[in-house]
Design a binder for this molecule. Structure first.
Ligand code: ZN
Length: 173
């Protein structure tokens, strides 16, 4: 991890530029890992950083800061103040896997696939067996995968600085 933080700090000074315009950009994953969700909630999130592949902003890293990531819940349960529990919405994760055409294995029927999950009225289903997704996947395999990233500009908390954020991902056209 020390090597990683040095790398990210260098990246921050190299890219302390104006944010890129709000738009969609083709880009590939340059960093991924899986982090635990803070207690009392439990579960895991995937977090990503992306580099723009084309155009005036080729080579720019997204989101817009050294310690900023694009997060998607991989699995888990949110525990509220009153002790009630709700499973995290994994839709963003299925959208991300669809966008990347990433490989996954269905735990219901055992098939390995890069096919898209089927979305119906904000619910998702596996294309192999039609059930709600119950899948294994390995984010180590996501390095270099490309997608079309929806990028926005937002003001930072307690600051007037503007930074890029990723709002979502689509498959490359
Ligand atoms: Zn299946």
């Amino acid at each position: 991890m020390p090597l990683l933080s040095v790398d990210l700090n260098e990246a921050s000074s190299a890219t302390s530029l104006q944010p890129v315009e709000k738009n969609f950009y083709n880009g590939h994953i340059i960093y991924q890992d899986v982090v635990d969700i803070k207690s009392p909630s439990r579960g895991q999130q995937v977090r990503l950083q992306v580099e723009i592949d084309e155009g005036d902003y080729r080579g720019r890293r997204l989101p817009g800061g050294p310690n900023m990531f694009y997060y998607a819940f991989q699995k888990g349960v949110k525990v509220n103040d009153d002790g009630s529990e709700h499973p995290y919405d994994l839709g963003k994760m299925y959208d991300l896997i669809n966008a990347l055409k990433a490989t996954w294995t269905c735990k219901n029927c055992g098939q390995t696939s890069t096919k898209k999950f089927v979305k119906e009225k904000s619910r998702y289903f596996s294309p192999c067996c039609g059930k709600p997704p119950l899948i294994d996947f390995n984010t180590d395999e996501w390095m270099g995968l490309r997608a079309r990233w929806q990028v926005d500009v937002e003001k930072q908390q307690n600051s007037d600085d503007l930074r890029n954020v990723i709002k979502g991902a689509r498959p490359l056209e």
